[in-house]
Design a protein around this ligand. Sequence first.
Ligand SMILES: Nc1ncnc2c1ncn2[C@@H]1O[C@H](COP(=O)(O)OP(=O)(O)OP(=O)(O)O)[C@@H](O)[C@H]1O
Ligand SMILES: [Mg+2]
Length: 494
Amino acid sequence: MFGKRTSFGGNTPAAPQPARPAPAPATPSLDRIEAYRPPAAEPARSRPDEVLDLRSPSEARRDKDYFQTKSAIFNALIDSIDLSQLATMDQQSAREEIRDIVAEIIALKSIAMSISEQEDLLEDICNDVLGYGPLEPLLARDDIADIMVNGSQKCYIEVGGKVKLTNVRFRDDAHLMNVCQRIVSQVGRRVDESSPICDARLPDGSRVNVIAPPLSIDGVTLTIRKFKKDKLTLQQLVKYGSISPEGAEVLRILGRVRANVLISGGTGSGKTTLLNCLTAFIERDERVITCEDSAELQLQQPHVVRLETRPPNLEGEGEITMRDLVRNCLRMRPERIIVGEVRGPEAFDLLQAMNTGHDGSMGTLHANSPREALSRLESMITMGGYSLPSRTIREMIVSSIDVIVQAARLRDGSRRITHISEVLGMEGDVIVTQDIFLYDVLGEDGGGNLIGRHRSTGITKPQFVERARYFNEEANLVEALEKSNTEQRELLGG
Ligand SMILES: Nc1ncnc2c1ncn2[C@@H]1O[C@H](COP(=O)(O)OP(=O)(O)OP(=O)(O)O)[C@@H](O)[C@H]1O
Ligand SMILES: [Mg+2]
């Protein structure tokens, strides 16, 4: 069997004594994780034809007359205001400028309106001129994970793990295009027929993708992954039932003992959230370098360097790829390298880094099972143009990756950690893995919510126990795995 590296101590070969000083007291611990309680039942699955009414009472009162009046005022405003000058003002001054002009227009046109109607109209117009129009109220809500606009008349959101159609609409395609243009212009880009695909970021860090006709056949499609200011913690994942307390303890130990971890999962399954959770257990004295396409991770340690890729400019020049970043990283004396998402040939550089003393490196990857993650990793390296025999690539994977953590968004919308699996070695040409923790789906309640449980697989001394011993975490690891296993046996009446 092909062996794994045995050095756990950073850039220098392993010494039998702990290489670092005692952990700083600020290192988070899971001691206070509450006893595992099944998560509160989530709301029943939404019916596919259900439309979520997100209008405020005043919005709900808006009728055809309101929109006609607004349109007339809006057009008059556009005629009398210098938009480029408005763009140079701060939000507050711009708002006041618009307020004055709108009040003048209302007086000039003798439009009958109460003060509250006027305020409401003003807010609406300001959102259109200065902000992101109908998206504003959605952007203001922290419980919305994704906003998906399919043409001007259909806007879906993901909230509480469920995708729901809302009654948020744009006036027409031009209105939606305008909002998209405003978003992408902030990162110096444009969307049009000649450049119909564009990635951007909102000032709050939310990730944006716009794809316009002719590529998007039924109108402009805008997708926003909302930036969550308060990232979920491992404690919260336990509270939501995404992982059991014992599973969370294993994850804490993996982060702490500098295991090389690959987080695998589908789109929106919670990979980045999980990666962020694991980084909480990195010691405060370690030099960490993060590489991301769009900076989402929020590391709390003081010694962190954050790097971000750059798309090509309008002339197609100046692109800095993830591979460029990971390679550059190696010249920056990192202790750990964290790659937001491994998508291409940078997989090779990350594995090399993991293999050459940058223990505790981590990354996420898009795959539906730990085994698929391994084969995706292999094909990324092959497609990156390395003419290495597949056995050599697999040996490299085996000697680099310690554990794969699988995240999934289940069919009821809940997010669970479904596997913690370790990469053991090779038998012949095949990579051998071993599941340590699993999530079993046991059934479904009346509301369409899945019922399941996390369990350890009975392995109480995984291969990374050696690593845990080196970092004085062996007893905690064995205890967590044994506890979960005992609970499991009791449940089965054994
Ligand atoms: N265990 C969880 N329980 C509830 N919500 C979660 C959980 N994990 C993640 N989320 C929420 O789900 C959304 C998507 O999470 P995240 O960005 O981590 O997914 P991802 O797999 O990295 O997505 P992508 O494939 O788009 O990069 C976020 O709003 C996040 O707050
Ligand atoms: Mg992600």
